[in-house]
Design a protein around this ligand. Structure first.
Ligand SMILES: [Cu+2]
Length: 186
């Protein structure tokens, strides 16, 4: 489970240790997890959010593809209300999407995943913000900061407000609107 073989040369038989299958190839690579997926669901502050984040191993790192529906409309900051959107988006430490306090949900996901003890803005799981297009966001990007296997069992969180990539430790992105646990896809 979670393993995939890629055969690159076709000149001899190999008993591949990934899958114990004899391939007619001379070279193989084993990825512990080639693809992982997080199904993201909105909590009490944004119950319509529904989306998918797919992590795929590619040369030199990981491609992250995200599609989300049901994001709230943009609202500028006013009075004591913080800005809504674009939405901060990160990997958090724990694969736990329990809502907990409905006024401040998903604290069980923990803080940002930060395996290399970097300042925020350079955490391994700091992602670009999500821009809502009438509630819909679609984005793909590349990161060399982790491999797919590294993030299995962690979570992705979508925040209410924008990430300034500067405020410590979380970019000032505000409350947590949605959460999804990252799991093996194959
Ligand atoms: Cu976050």
């Amino acid at each position: 489970m979670g393993k995939q073989c890629n055969c690159n040369y076709w000149d001899c038989d190999y008993n591949c240790p990934c899958c114990n299958f004899v391939h007619t190839c001379g070279y193989f690579e084993c990825d512990e997890a080639a693809v992982a997926i997080a199904r993201v669901k909105g909590g009490p502050l944004a119950p319509d959010i529904n989306g998918t984040v797919i992590f795929t191993s590619i040369a030199g790192g990981t491609e992250v593809f995200v599609k989300v529906n049901g994001l709230p409309p943009f609202e500028p900051a006013q009075c004591n209300q913080p800005q809504i959107g674009p939405h901060g988006f990160h990997i958090h430490q724990k694969g736990c999407c329990q809502v907990g306090d409905p006024a401040n949900p998903f604290l069980a996901a923990g803080e940002h995943w930060n395996p290399t003890k970097q300042p925020h803005g350079n955490h391994a799981g700091d992602f670009p913000v999500l821009f809502s297009n009438n509630g819909y966001a679609c984005m793909a990007f590349f990161t060399n900061k982790f491999r797919v296997e590294d993030v299995i069992g962690k979570s992705v969180i979508i925040h209410q407000g924008p990430d300034d990539y500067q405020t410590q430790p979380a970019g000032g992105a505000g409350k947590r609107l949605a959460c999804g646990v990252i799991r093996h896809m194959f």
